[in-house]
Design a protein around this ligand. Structure first.
Ligand code: XMP
Length: 326
């Protein structure tokens, strides 16, 4: 019989046998899968593991600090954070097509990760040659979707951020390859991964880059980040985090909507709240968030984010609409 404890013991033994004394790196996204994979490998080989966290500038408020607290402080994992926001914003300048944004973000992510990994190897000096292994949080459904086969390293292109190219000179460690999400959560809890990570709502790899509709700029990201933080705070305070699958907050940056401020007209952009319920993200329904919670979110956003003149609610199911707007 498989229990979380027996799966952990089994994987720890396998990882130790596979890795020996070599060093291992892991890209962290802050999501459940990469976190549990990292925690499992850390249980097996401790400080032989170094995690790399790429800050692409498309994160939500406080996420980078949270990752550093969770991994370094709570779990004792060695994390190297690289701030690459400039690189991503430069590459995204002038781009409005959603798929083009995804491709650019995916490409820059790989470049950033490779640069960080080269820096680690250089820093390790003679021992650098020993960094031969890369951890990936691939789950069983990812393996099936990407066509099965052993060594299928790539997540479907839709979810490509964090999916690394096959020509990287690494051997993959994928300790979650035979598992489903609920098993991964159980193992994470058993390993002491903080609950807010284990139960974290999905967040797309391209981050806020696909939630600013139109060109992505630093200013627009700041506006969206502020609105998103308020929506998240209120939904959490209302106890809705488990009920809601996720709630994208979307900035319609190129729409100018009239508002009143003092005795003058002002123009700002609307933000859309997209709270959904879902089992697996393949289908979804809009979530019936209580009106008073919506009212608090709307009032707080329009009071404290002057660039936003209107808050609107998306009441479309999937299908026909997708969860994200881009
Ligand atoms: P859609 O918008 O297709 O989203 O209904 C389904 C789920 O996938 C997430 N999503 C992404 N995740 N990279 C990701 O890592 C992406 O490009 C991407 N696009 C959508 C979305 O947040 C939802 O959970």
């Amino acid at each position: 019989d498989w229990t979380p404890g027996s799966i952990i013991d089994d994987q720890v033994a396998r990882i130790r046998a596979q890795v020996g004394g070599a060093r291992v790196i892991c890209g962290l996204s802050g999501g459940v899968d990469s976190s549990v994979a990292a925690a499992l490998v850390h249980r097996a080989i401790g400080d032989q593991l170094t995690c790399i966290f790429v800050d692409h500038g498309l994160l939500r408020a406080g996420e980078r600090e949270q990752v550093e607290r969770d991994y370094a402080q709570s779990m004792g994992i060695r994390v190297v954070t690289v701030d690459e926001s400039e690189r991503f914003l430069d590459a995204l300048a002038g781009v409005t097509d959603p798929e083009a944004k995804r491709k650019i973000i995916g490409r820059e992510f790989i470049r950033s990760f490779e640069a960080a990994q080269r820096a680690l190897v250089a820093e390790a000096g003679e021992q650098g040659a020993e960094i031969r292994f890369l951890v990936q949080g691939t789950l069983y459904p990812d393996v099936v979707e990407s066509g099965g086969g052993d060594g299928a390293a790539n997540i479907k292109s839709h979810h490509n951020v964090g999916g690394l190219p096959e020509d990287l000179d690494f051997t993959l460690i994928e300790p979650l390859r035979t598992l489903f999400k609920d098993e991964v959560r159980a193992i994470g809890l058993e390993l002491g991964v903080p609950e807010h990570i284990v139960w974290r709502q999905p967040f797309p790899g391209p981050g806020l880059g696909i939630r600013v509709i139109g060109e992505v700029t630093r200013e627009r990201l700041d506006v969206l980040r502020a609105a998103d933080a308020i929506a998240r705070e209120e939904l959490t305070a209302a106890g809705l985090d488990r009920e809601i699958w996720q709630c994208p907050v979307v900035l319609l940056a190129d729409v100018h909507s009239v508002g009143v401020q003092g005795d003058g007209r002002s123009y700002g952009s609307p933000v859309v709240l997209r709270p959904v319920t879902s089992e697996d993200a393949m289908t979804a329904d809009w979530s019936r968030v209580p009106f008073d919670v919506l009212a608090r979110i709307s009032t707080r956003i329009t009071n404290s984010v002057p660039e936003v003149t209107r808050v609107v609610l998306d009441v479309t199911s999937k299908p026909p609409a997708t969860i994200e707007w881009e």
